[in-house]
Design a protein around this ligand. Structure first.
Ligand code: GLU
Length: 428
């Protein structure tokens, strides 16, 4: 899928500047909030299985912690850039603010492809990352979590290294840990389910019965998988899933106009999230080009993969039937598409609202760790649904009242909350 020359940090700053104008934000707040507070760039030497030492580049960027410790995932990606992490750290600040949890925004990354690393190499990489950063993160200042290609096992190695360095138990230092090891039930499902809670509410406001809708999905990682599971359990039909094939190094769209059986699709994806093409064909899937997901005749588009996937060029292929765009990924739509979305009257659930379920559940995980008392899954998911639904309606109502675009309304709420926190603290 086309990524072009879009720089996510420029996108994040453009979006911020636009809303700062709308709300008349003063210049000192603007200057403070349009860039990260702190950045850590470091090298991570890792002993490889073949006896050589490979040096990886790691980053942690803390955008703002006025409302609470910085919070956000650590991405493992071969094409990771500092600017991408800067943008993602900013979006984390707005994400935590829009769902009103007492956390700030941060993001980390390691330039690597975990597919090419053995388990032992991955463990040493995780521990090396923590050794470089241990003085600058923790339950009271910055709390990492999983993100693209990082898992609960990675988080557990990181927490173990952190605790070894600090000499004590600090389960609130990292979230997204495995259940039984300080993790919360429901965390695995949380981001994908949160996407569908906001979709369900969006459809209600449009008077559309979810059971009569169809959707096309980009991605089949954790977010997409659980979004697809919940959406289909509510009666929706997923006709297409576009997914990266790590062997062919390209994406394919798997389509079944009668609706894909999500459990079956999950059963034929490997540990790297690649769907087995032969098995998919045998199940009645058509195999189309990776970009074909966007041009399907569906009611709903769910981009749940990476940033910069919907550009004016790909937007032109979107079917007239599409009514709702739910951004499960961070920054999947480039800013020059916003006017196009408005003109086509597509209802947008913007990324940092739509995918806030993950960090909301991370917050629940911290709360449970602090109490050392863990809730059952039903309780976690009910609280998650309540948070997402409340945040959705706050944004929707503001958009209606002030005739704002949904992305603007979400930003207005989030920026106002963070600006108020920095002012109350006397930072500006
Ligand atoms: N990586 C997820 C996100 O982008 C979750 C972050 C977290 O749980 O801290 O929202």
């Amino acid at each position: 899928m086309e990524q072009g020359s879009y720089n996510p940090y420029v996108t994040a700053q453009t979006q911020f500047d636009h809303v700062a104008d709308i709300i008349g934000l003063d210049s000192s707040a603007r200057e403070l909030l349009r860039q990260p507070s702190r950045e850590f760039h470091f090298t991570i030497p890792v002993k490889m299985d073949d006896g050589t030492t490979k040096v990886f580049n790691g980053y942690r960027i803390q955008h703002n912690d006025a409302r609470g410790p910085a919070k956000g995932g650590i991405r493992f990606h071969p094409n990771e850039t500092v600017d991408t992490i800067r943008a993602l750290s900013m979006w984390m600040t707005w994400k935590c603010a829009v769902v009103d949890i007492p956390l700030g925004g941060g993001k980390g990354g390691i330039i690597c492809d975990p597919h090419n690393l053995s388990k032992g190499e991955q463990e040493r990489l995780c521990r090396g990352y923590v050794r470089q950063l241990a003085k600058n993160f923790g339950p009271n200042n910055d709390v990492p979590a999983p993100d693209v290609m990082s898992t609960g096992q990675h988080m557990l190695w990181m927490m173990d290294e952190y605790e070894a360095i600090q000499g004590g138990h600090y389960p609130g230092a990292i979230t997204g840990k495995p259940v039984g090891m300080g993790g919360s039930l429901g965390r695995t499902e949380a981001t994908g389910y949160g996407v569908i809670y906001t979709l369900r509410e969006a459809l209600k406001t449009l008077n559309i019965d979810i059971a009569n809708t169809s959707a096309s999905l980009q991605g089949f990682g954790n977010v997409a998988e659980y979004a697809a599971r919940l959406y289909t359990s509510m009666g929706g039909k997923i006709v297409a899933i576009s997914c990266w094939d790590q062997y062919d190094k390209k994406a394919y769209t798997f389509r079944n106009l009668n609706g894909l059986d999500i459990e079956q699709m999950v059963s034929i994806k490997d540990n790297f999230g690649t769907i087995d093409k032969e098995k998919a064909r045998a199940m009645g899937c058509e195999l189309l080009d990776g970009e074909a997901w966007i041009e399907q005749d569906v009611d709903i588009l769910l981009p749940c993969a990476l940033e910069n996937q919907i550009t004016p060029k790909t937007f032109a292929k979107i079917s007239d039937k599409v009514r709702v765009l739910c951004e499960g990924a961070n920054g999947p739509t480039t800013p020059d598409c916003d006017e196009l979305i408005k003109a086509r009257d597509i209802y947008l659930v913007p990324d940092f609202l739509c995918n806030a379920g993950g960090v909301t559940c991370s917050y629940f995980e911290q709360v449970q760790c602090n109490m050392n008392y863990f809730w059952d899954k039903k309780e976690v998911l009910e609280k998650l649904d309540y948070k997402m639904t409340t945040a959705f309606h706050a944004v929707h109502n503001l958009a209606q009242e002030k005739s704002l675009y949904m992305r603007e309304a979400a930003y207005v709420i989030a920026i106002n909350r963070v600006a108020e926190a920095v002012k109350l603290r006397g930072w500006i």
